[in-house]
Ligand binder design. Sequence first.
Ligand code: ZN
Length: 298
Amino acid sequence: MVEIERGKAAAKEIGARIIIGAGGGKVLDTARGVASDLMLPVVNCPTIASSDAPCSALSVVYTDEGVFEQYRIYGRNPDLVLVDTDVIAKSPARFLAAGMGDALATWFEAKVCASGGVKNMRGGASTRSALALAELCYRTLLADGFSAMNAVAAQQVTPALERIVEANTLLSGLGFESSGLAAAHAIHNGLTTAAATHRYMHGEKVAFGVVAQLMLESQPAAVVNEVLALSTSVGLPVTFAGVGLQQPGTEEIREIALRAMAPGETIHNEPFPIRLENVVDALIAANAAGETFCRSRC
Ligand SMILES: [Zn+2]
């Protein structure tokens, strides 16, 4: 918030007619905040593809300690999102993987919201086109995720990398905002209550949240294994340890679950009543599935 105020003062001083944010998520969020408060057009130029925020009309706000606080919703989406894949190819591979973690949640959360008739992030109804984009997002990750990681490791722009940048940024951004979020993002928000997770990126915690969502929904093993195979192939975490939690105790897991199911959280978009013991069990089951998968395949 301090940065937004600073940006607003600087923009007013020079009589800015447009706000351009170029950088990582915090820079883009700040630019969108400044532009929204001053009612100016905004251009977002992400230099990493680490989340689906650039196309969206909201920012995720955390406390100074890194705990999820709220979604800040803006009146409009950015006027232009400009991504140079040559810049993305030269960014650290971990950022691209984190973006895939955020994008991985989109299809699973969108499906829940669309089938349950839940209102989307803007308070409207989900559309068939939003759902189709969310599904294309997941299919793109399955088809191109691994090759895109190799491309970034070699700092090369390849068609697979181009498609993953589109999936992480555009497909996931439109998919989640037009359809909605569910358990995976709520579990991410729960994980942020544990200080040990703070050095892990949004998309990394969301990726573990996806596995926990699948457990909460009792999805078939084939679905779970497909997600675990994708996540592990691009280096996304699938266990507690993968997001910094070394053998968390029951109390710590309960704290995470309690925050994940706070009133108004998107976990309540799931089509069944959310009970604390079920969320705790889903977290433990997700970790167990991840550990078993890693032992057999990693
Ligand atoms: Zn997200």
